[in-house]
Design a protein around this ligand. Structure first.
Ligand code: G3P
Ligand code: CA
Length: 333
């Protein structure tokens, strides 16, 4: 409330008009205020919270100290919210994105798959069973594969109750809804194409959605978007179609193969337990397709000791369910 009042007063003084979602604050919000914030910005007819207007540009009224700079280039590793702030809110929901924003986390990671009718949606598993109430709503549709359901069917599902009663009613967002929310929050996106082998042509679909949402302009491509996958083929395709995009390969290729990856990807993103300082140094010794040093973003690091360990191994980014803990441990963004 104080933040909203202060912001409104400041805006009045400056003659500005802008929106501050309810529940916005500098610290972690309670579960109920997160839900309230999502509800407060819901557009009628859209089930998964609000595709809020991308009203404020870089350096806008809600900007934090890091805005306008690329924290991947500033030394201390950047903390990336894995599936949103997924230790605190249901993964891959708008609520998890908003939670990360409240923690002051710029970068969020997500997982993208495709529905039966061709809509891109944000969800990790290739079935809906673990993170929604699909078994109750559609009991006869085992094994509840994402690709067997339409977007309208998925929009009916509760993707929050499994995590906690306070999140009842959270939805599986479409990628379009997700991009709008990230845009509104002025966040940046590490977008994972999940299991592309299940969705032939998903790379082209993805680029179409990103383009339509305004995420392939120079600003977004330069500062706000990285596309990654466990599939080298998928990343090669993205790089071929849009050579200007920053890409990441998920995995730990042997040093002898790193040069091949450097032809099409800018980042190599390994599991933390596969890392060594020597391997990170070997990645850093190479330049990627944009002529810059290859970066390393590791996952999934959820405590301070581990965060300091991978920082000391030289990583550039740390993907975490508790990105606030990681950021505070390593002194990054
Ligand atoms: O971003 C890295 C990480 O998300 C890869 O693993 O299974 O959580 O998608 P997963
Ligand atoms: Ca992921």
């Amino acid at each position: 409330m104080f933040v909203r009042s202060f912001a409104a007063a400041a805006a009045a003084l400056l003659g500005l008009t802008f929106a501050v979602p309810q529940g916005a604050s500098d610290g972690p919000a309670s579960a109920s205020s997160v839900v309230a914030a999502a509800a407060a910005t819901t557009v009628p007819g859209v089930l998964s919270g609000a595709p809020a207007p991308d009203a404020a540009g870089p350096g806008g009224p809600r900007g934090r100290a890091a805005r306008g700079r690329d924290p991947f280039r500033l030394g201390a590793p950047v903390a990336v919210a894995h599936r949103g702030a997924s230790a605190y809110a249901p993964e891959n929901t708008l609520e998890a994105v908003d939670y990360a924003e409240r923690l002051g986390i710029d970068w969020v990671e997500n997982d993208v798959q495709r529905t039966r009718d061709g809509e891109l949606v944000v969800i990790h598993d290739d079935t809906l069973a673990r993170t929604t109430d699909v078994e109750t709503v559609f009991p006869g549709r085992s094994p509840w594969r994402v690709g067997d359901f339409t977007a309208a069917e998925i929009a009916r599902l509760d993707a929050g109750s499994w995590f906690g009663a306070a999140y009842r009613g959270a939805r599986v967002p479409t990628l379009d809804q997700y991009l709008r929310r990230i845009g509104f929050n002025q966040q940046r996106l590490l977008l994972e194409i999940k299991k592309p082998e299940l969705y032939p042509g998903i790379e082209e679909d993805l680029l179409r959605v990103l383009d339509r949402a305004g995420w392939l302009d120079e600003h977004h491509v330069t500062h706000r978007l990285v596309v990654q996958s466990f599939s080298a083929d998928s990343i090669r395709t993205v790089h071929r179609e849009r050579p200007d995009l920053t890409t990441g390969f998920l995995g730990t290729p042997p040093v002898s193969q790193l040069r091949d990856y450097a032809a099409f990807t800018d980042r190599i993103n390994p599991a933390y337990n596969t890392l060594s300082k020597e391997w990170v140094d070997a990645v850093h010794a190479l330049r990627g397709p944009h002529g810059k040093r290859l970066d390393v973003n590791t996952w999934t690091v959820n405590n301070a000791d581990l965060a300091r360990r991978v920082r000391d191994q030289g990583v550039d980014g740390i993907i975490s369910n508790t990105p606030d803990v990681v950021r505070d441990a390593v002194g990054g963004f």
